[in-house]
Design a protein around this ligand. Structure first.
Ligand SMILES: Cc1cc2nc3c(=O)[nH]c(=O)nc-3n(C[C@H](O)[C@H](O)[C@H](O)COP(=O)(O)OP(=O)(O)OC[C@H]3O[C@@H](n4cnc5c(N)ncnc54)[C@H](O)[C@@H]3O)c2cc1C
Length: 484
């Protein structure tokens, strides 16, 4: 990707975004509606196509774009899902087209649920980047690293950033901005940069289920036929902390990701990966890929703890600085919430900037940044409670422990899962909550509570609904079958 020069006309308003990943690009899209120019500064050299890059090491792992995230992306970039499909992404319905094995059994597939547009993380990012760069007023400065925040003389407001070439060049320079957005991910330096400006350290919470990932890509065999498109085998905590997902992505491939919590990590060697896959709660994924050609190495990923920086609680907060995405709140990714939460954060920024325009004269951002961090903290709360709450089913999870209320909630959610195995109306709500289309409180509606009470007494369905699903076959096997 070529660097776009930063041009700043006198009097024009300018925002700087640190990080050109999901949160940064979505924030830039929103900012384009409020300032004259947006400069996105990215440490990596951005690729022209859908390629992995160093700054997003998680990009090799499965990336589920939940229904809510998809809806926000389509609103911010009309036709985004269509673009993604045109680039090769595979749409399918959840749970309609997916085999989902929960603790209680196979989730009822009679309800179609929502459409997932399944693609690799690099393709999602590249499609978004292409759309962003079509907007007027957006400049991307890649291969450049932000090294500090620059503040006004009295230290009350952030006024820009210092930037140097990421390849180590000695060319530090400053870029002025009316608003700085930190979207630099889990490794965000904002706590240190704030300390340099005399601000206190934010309180931080970390809840870690010690989960690790391993992923491999396979070519989907010619002639593969089944009445499902994806398989998701959920863990059964605390005894079996292993999860496995198989999903179709662009290029006629399956992405197979194995996840192990409670330090039961999936190996990244061939034999270990295969053995782990066999030890999932059902052999469907192992049996399916047994006939498929692997087309990648096995790549592992660690560093998946839920991490929350409580910027909303800071006694002092500088004007004109906002922090969003994983830089504020990063989740155990197994629940697929990260990109959707980044999208919600961009919407939140938009809401705050519009509210500010109604409240104050043009260009006056007094109090906006602080209001944003508080509102974002409220909007992140459900996802945080869900992610950490589920992680606390493992006694080995560190950071905090499950109290009486959470344990009662676990028991209730178990009953809802049982109901979702047999009752399509419950499955629908369960799928919508999982897709973040509804708040978890939807699971406490009278209809769901009644179903959960009934399901609590019913035996769970035996885990064998794969019956009738044709076994995957290679084209050679199919030809042999035709000949005999
Ligand atoms: C293993 C794994 C699997 C995941 N699976 C899912 C999933 O299924 N669904 C989902 O929604 N989410 C998933 N996520 C989460 C998702 O990847 C993130 O939530 C999402 O990318 C949003 O992150 P971000 O944009 O805030 O930060 P990141 O994606 O981490 O990007 C930060 C960017 O900032 C740049 N940067 C950092 N420091 C600087 C600097 N000083 N100057 C300039 N640039 C800088 C980096 O190079 C990078 O481009 C997963 C995460 C992991 C770890």
């Amino acid at each position: 990707m070529t660097q776009v020069p930063v041009v700043r006309e006198p009097g024009a308003t300018h925002a700087v975004v640190i990080g050109a990943s999901m949160a940064g690009m979505l924030a830039a899209r929103v900012l384009a509606g409020h300032v004259d120019r947006v400069t996105v500064i990215e440490r990596d050299r951005l690729p022209e196509g859908a390629e992995q890059r160093k700054g997003v090491p998680q990009g090799r792992q499965i990336h589920v774009l939940l229904a809510r995230g998809s809806a926000v992306l389509d609103r911010l970039f009309p036709g985004f899902s269509r673009d993604l499909v045109a680039a090769g992404a595979v749409p399918f319905r959840l749970p309609g087209d997916a085999l989902i094995l929960s603790k209680a059994g196979w989730v009822d597939r009679r309800t179609p649920g929502w459409t997932m547009t399944s693609a690799s993380r690099p393709l999602i990012e590249e499609t978004l980047r292409r759309r962003l760069l079509q907007l007027p007023g957006i400049a991307v400065l890649d291969g450049s690293e932000v090294t500090e925040l620059r503040a006004s003389d009295d230290g009350r407001a952030v006024r820009g950033v210092s930037v140097r070439r990421a390849d180590g060049g000695d060319d530090s320079r400053s870029i002025d901005a009316d608003l700085v957005v930190d979207a630099s991910g889990r490794g965000s330096r904002t706590p240190h940069w704030l300390a340099d400006l005399g601000y206190p350290e934010p309180e931080r919470t970390q809840v870690d289920s010690h989960i690790a990932y391993a992923t491999r890509l396979y070519r989907i065999p010619d002639g593969f036929a089944a009445d499902w498109r994806a398989a998701m085998l959920m863990p059964r905590p605390p005894g079996n902390p292993r999860t496995g997902d198989l999903m179709p992505i662009e290029g006629g491939r399956w992405i197979v990701t194995l996840m192990g919590a409670a330090r039961q990590h999936p190996p990244t060697d061939e034999a270990g990966f295969t053995a782990f896959m066999r030890e999932l709660s059902d052999p469907i994924i192992a049996d399916t890929v047994a006939h498929a050609e692997p087309v990648s190495d096995i790549r592992g990923h660690r560093g998946t703890a839920n991490r929350l920086a409580h910027y909303e609680r800071m006694p002092r907060w500088p004007e004109r600085l906002v922090v969003l995405g994983d830089a504020v709140c990063a989740f155990n990714p197994v629940y697929g919430q990260g990109m959707t939460t980044a999208a919600i954060a961009a919407e939140t920024l938009d809401d705050c900037l519009w509210a500010q325009r109604r409240r104050r004269p043009a260009g006056d951002l007094e109090g906006m940044a602080r209001r944003f961090q508080r509102l974002l903290a409220r909007r992140n709360r459900d996802a945080w409670m869900l992610s950490t709450g589920e992680d606390l089913r493992y006694p080995t999870t560190t950071g905090t422990t499950a109290g009486r209320i959470l344990r009662a909630q676990h028991r209730y959610f178990d009953r809802v899962e049982r109901a979702a195995v047999t009752d399509p109306a419950v499955t629908e709500v369960y799928a919508r909550v999982f897709g973040m289309l509804e708040r978890p409180t939807a699971l406490f509606r009278p209809r769901i509570v009644a179903a959960a009470i009934r399901a609590g007494r019913a035996p769970t369905r035996p885990a064998a609904p794969t019956v009738g699903v044709p076994a995957p076959r290679t084209s050679t096997e199919q030809q042999q079958e035709v000949r005999t």
